[in-house]
Design a protein around this ligand. Structure first.
Ligand SMILES: *[C@@H]1O[C@H](CO)[C@@H](O)[C@H](O)[C@H]1NC(C)=O
Length: 327
C-alpha cells in the first residue's frame, strides 16, 4: 500500500488506540517478579512482594516504589508438601490478610500440563521463617478435566458470603470454587463454576484476580502467551495483555465494557504492550493507602531483556473515573 493510502487511515484509527501510562518508578530489585503478589503489612507499613519460582521469593520495601530487597522464601527447604512434580518450583503466589493471618495460595504444576494442584501457606507476619505450609487445598486437576488448577486468587466477599478461590489457565479458562471457613481447603461440596472463556485459538486466559469495588466484582485476567519471549516471540498482539470483566456476583455472569459475555470471548483491554513495556500480565489489584487502587503486574522492559528471569515489577495507578479501570 502507498504511504498516501496509509496516512489517512492511521489518522482515522488514532483515537481508538489506547495510550497507557508508564509504570511507576521502581528501585532496588525489580526483577525476579513473575506473577507478583503485593501488599503492605499493617503493623509497620512494610511492603511485601511475592513471585513465581523456586520456593516463592519474598522481597520487601519501605515504599511501593522501592527500594526492594530479597529477604527469603515462603516455602521450606524442599518446597511444598504437595507430592507433584514442581513442588520445589511453585508458581503464582496470591497473598491476603484475613483476620490477622496472611494466606499465601500457590500452584504446583509443570508447564503445559494439567497435573496441577493449589496449595496454601499461612503466617502471622509474612516474614521469612514464619510461614507454615499446609500443602494441598483439595483443588487439583489432571488430564481430561475442564480446567487447569493453577493461578489461584482468594476472594473474601465484602458482604461476608462464602469465600472463593478463582483459578484456571487455558483449557476451560477461568473458574471459581468455594472455600471452607478455615480458608485452608475447598468446601466439601465445592463444584467449580466457569466464569470466563475465550473459545478461540489456544483459549489463552489465566491469572485471574477478582477485585471488589462498590459492590461489583472486577475480574482481571491475563490473555495470551506469558513466557519464553527470548526464545520464540509470539505474533504481535498474542503476547500477554491484561483484560477485565465485571459482574454483580462472584460467580458471574461477567461482561465486558461492551456488554459481551466473558463466557463468549468478552474482555476489555486494561493494559497491553506499549513503549518499552512488553507482555504485561500476572496482575493483581491493591488498594494502596497512598496511591489508591493500583494494578501490579510483571512485564518485559524491552531495554533490559526478554527472558523470564528478567521480568520487571510494574505498578500503575488505576483511574476509575470512566466507570471502568484505565491505567
Ligand atoms: C482471545 O484469544 C485470542 C487468541 O486466540 C486473542 O487474540 C484475543 O485477544 C483473546 N480475547 C480476549 C478477550 O482475551
Amino acid at each position: 500500500m502507498h504511504l498516501f493510502a496509509v496516512l489517512p487511515l492511521l489518522s482515522l484509527l488514532t483515537p481508538l488506540i489506547t495510550a497507557f501510562s508508564s509504570p511507576l518508578p521502581c528501585t532496588g530489585t525489580c526483577t525476579n517478579t513473575h506473577d507478583p503478589a503485593l501488599l503492605q503489612r499493617g503493623s509497620d507499613g512494610t511492603y511485601f512482594r511475592f513471585a513465581t519460582g523456586g520456593r516463592l521469593p519474598i522481597h520487601t520495601s519501605p515504599s511501593l516504589t522501592g527500594p526492594w530487597t530479597y529477604v527469603g522464601d515462603v516455602l521450606p527447604e524442599g518446597g511444598s508438601s504437595i507430592d507433584n512434580p514442581g513442588a520445589d518450583d511453585a508458581w503464582a503466589p496470591d497473598v491476603h490478610e484475613v483476620d490477622g493471618t496472611y494466606y499465601c495460595y500457590y500452584s504446583v504444576s509443570s508447564f503445559g500440563t494439567q497435573d496441577s494442584a493449589i496449595g496454601v501457606a499461612t503466617s502471622s507476619s509474612m516474614d521469612p521463617g514464619t510461614w507454615t505450609d499446609h500443602g494441598a487445598t483439595g483443588l487439583s486437576s489432571s488430564e481430561g478435566d475442564d480446567y487447569n488448577a493453577i493461578d489461584a486468587n482468594l476472594v473474601v466477599q465484602a458482604d461476608e458470603g462464602e469465600a472463593h478461590l478463582a483459578f484456571g489457565s487455558f483449557w476451560g479458562d477461568i473458574f471459581t470454587t468455594t472455600l471452607a471457613s478455615s480458608l485452608l481447603t475447598i468446601s466439601g461440596d465445592a463444584s467449580p463454576v466457569q466464569i470466563e472463556l475465550n473459545n478461540t485459538g489456544t483459549r489463552p486466559s489465566e491469572g485471574a484476580y477478582i477485585h471488589q469495588r462498590d459492590g461489583s466484582f472486577w475480574l482481571f485476567f491475563s490473555s495470551g502467551i506469558c513466557c519464553g519471549y527470548d526464545g520464540d516471540r509470539p505474533a504481535p498482539g498474542e503476547e500477554y495483555k491484561i483484560m477485565v470483566c465485571k459482574s454483580d456476583a462472584v460467580e458471574g455472569p461477567y461482561v465486558d465494557a461492551d456488554g459481551t459475555s466473558c463466557l463468549s470471548n468478552g474482555g476489555t483491554l486494561v493494559l497491553g504492550s506499549h513503549d518499552n513495556v512488553y507482555g504485561p500480565g500476572g496482575q493483581g489489584v491493591y488498594a494502596d493507602a497512598e496511591y489508591g487502587d493500583v494494578l501490579y503486574y510483571h512485564y518485559v522492559d524491552t531495554n533490559i531483556g526478554y527472558s523470564d528471569g528478567q521480568k520487571q515489577l510494574g505498578i500503575s495507578v488505576i483511574d476509575w473515573s470512566s466507570g471502568w479501570p484505565v491505567v
